[in-house]
Write a protein that binds this ligand. Structure first.
Ligand SMILES: [Mg+2]
Length: 150
């Protein structure tokens, strides 16, 4: 295992959620999130289920049982963040650019506008076709390289 763990929220992230229906009700699994977890685990990264349900210890067994039914019974269930948490996957979070308070989604909108307006990056001219898909790929690369991990 590499050091650090990824927290994955349960309700609304790994399991469908449309309102509280009791401790024993957990929605249908969301395949894309399940696949993300499997990928991380196979890459040797620890994943923990990060859920407010864990703030009430009596609720944890139902979560563990649900996880086990999806082949994830070995995952830790927690509601505690620590310095080893390297990523959080959650349907309610707003990601900000480190040390700025600027929501990433706002910066993405600005970057898209800048790219369209100025069309001056080297990468832009290297693209044969500057369609939306190419633009999105360029933005993802830019954000990863310059915004999130400068
Ligand atoms: Mg949630």
């Amino acid at each position: 295992m590499t050091s650090g763990w990824i927290g994955v929220d349960l309700d609304g992230t790994l399991a469908e959620y449309d309102g509280w229906k009791g401790v024993d009700h957990i929605g249908k699994v969301i395949p894309r999130t399940l696949e993300y977890i499997r990928q991380k685990l196979s890459g040797g990264i620890e994943v923990r289920i990060f859920t407010a349900r864990a703030s009430i210890p009596e609720q944890i067994p139902a979560v563990k049982q649900w996880l086990a039914s999806h082949g994830l019974g070995m995952l830790m269930v927690t509601c505690t963040k620590d310095v080893q948490m390297i990523e959080l996957v959650d349907d309610r979070c707003t990601q900000v650019i480190p040390n700025t308070g600027v929501p990433l989604r706002e910066r993405i909108v600005e970057l898209k506008a800048e790219l369209k307006r100025e069309k001056k990056t080297k990468e832009y001219w290297q693209l044969k076709q500057f369609d939306d898909e190419a633009e999105n790929a360029l933005l993802r690369e830019f954000i990863e390289k310059w915004v999130l991990r400068p």
